[in-house]
Design a protein around this ligand. Structure first.
Ligand SMILES: Cc1cc2nc3c(=O)[nH]c(=O)nc-3n(C[C@H](O)[C@H](O)[C@H](O)COP(=O)(O)OP(=O)(O)OC[C@H]3O[C@@H](n4cnc5c(N)ncnc54)[C@H](O)[C@@H]3O)c2cc1C
Length: 264
């Protein structure tokens, strides 16, 4: 659940920007309070400029935390993300966070963490990897993309890749790669899957994990406004424990959800 007491709204400046692939940039910014409170899976909601367009903040997963600095990985898909990707060091931003819930890494019910991501869904996986590594939990990344240029594997360790067109790694999708990995890695013990990516990928993955009774957590995306449960802009429909449909506010009860709830 959202820890509202730890949320800060920070005026900061971009301290570094580096390209991470086609149309993707990683932005660093000092946000000491957010960095201190952040957990993997949390996100920030960024007011990109002082103008009234874009009016609303834009949500981004926390990609990395290094001391007082947080990084976000941004894919240029529209007006707000274009402004961020084309920004310069020193530009001012308002950053609200850390928001949302986080991945469940400390549950002790698994031996190996499998971090499955597709496209820009790889954004939260570096922070998750670092948290798992610090806790001594074995992990492996399975990263998918349509082709080589969509694979965002910079800075990750223990990575296998899959591309739809076969231009790098396994020729196929990342769920098929997971199946292959599990066939070959017979010493993985009890696995838990942590995933982020496009909804069709997450649906296929959730179904795969349900069939094998693997614990599985998914980080979802939706159109989002305030990020703190006021505007009701990020309502998504999930299944409850009885298989009935129920709506949640993704900003407060997500973005991380139990894969068993993602059935539609
Ligand atoms: C919890 C959360 C975490 C996210 N983390 C990341 C991240 O780490 N990196 C990243 O690049 N993106 C992330 N996104 C998606 C990102 O917020 C959107 O791409 C961004 O808000 C689009 O803004 P824009 O002004 O560029 O696009 P707009 O010009 O507003 O719209 C362009 C296109 O993007 C779609 N879009 C708008 N908002 C969203 C949204 N929230 N989610 C999905 N599609 C959207 C629109 O429908 C339209 O098709 C995240 C979204 C959520 C909800």
């Amino acid at each position: 659940m959202l820890q509202t007491s730890a949320i800060s709204d920070v005026r900061t400046r971009i301290s570094a920007i580096r390209p991470a692939g086609a149309g993707v940039s990683i932005l660093s910014m000092p946000c000491p309070k957010i960095a201190a409170a952040a957990k993997p899976g949390n996100f920030v909601n960024i007011k990109i400029n002082a103008a009234d367009q874009p009016l609303l903040r834009r949500p981004f997963c926390i990609h990395n935390v290094q001391g007082d600095i947080i990084d976000v990985m941004v894919k240029n898909v529209g007006r707000g993300t274009a402004l961020l990707c084309e920004a310069s060091c020193g530009e001012s931003l308002l950053v609200l966070g850390p928001l949302g819930n986080s991945f469940g890494t400390g549950t002790g019910d698994f031996d190996t963490a499998l971090l499955v991501s597709g496209g820009i869904g790889t954004a939260p996986m570096l922070f998750l990897e670092k948290t798992l590594a610090a806790a001594g939990i074995p992990f492996h990344h399975l990263v998918g993309g349509r082709s080589r240029s969509d694979l965002l594997t910079t800075s990750l360790s223990n990575v296998s890749t899959a591309t739809d067109d076969g231009s790098e790694g396994f020729h196929g999708n990342v769920v098929q790669l997971l199946e292959k990995y599990l066939t070959e890695q017979t010493d993985a013990g009890r696995v838990k899957v942590f995933a982020c990516g496009p909804n069709p990928m997450l649906k296929a993955l959730a179904s795969f994990c349900r069939a094998r009774a693997f614990p599985c957590e998914l980080s979802l995306e939706s159109i989002m406004g305030c990020g703190v449960g006021i505007c009701y802009g990020c309502m998504v429909e999930l299944s409850n424990a009885d298989g009935e449909k129920e709506s949640i506010l993704l900003c407060r009860e997500g973005p991380v959800i139990d894969g068993n709830r993602f059935t539609t």
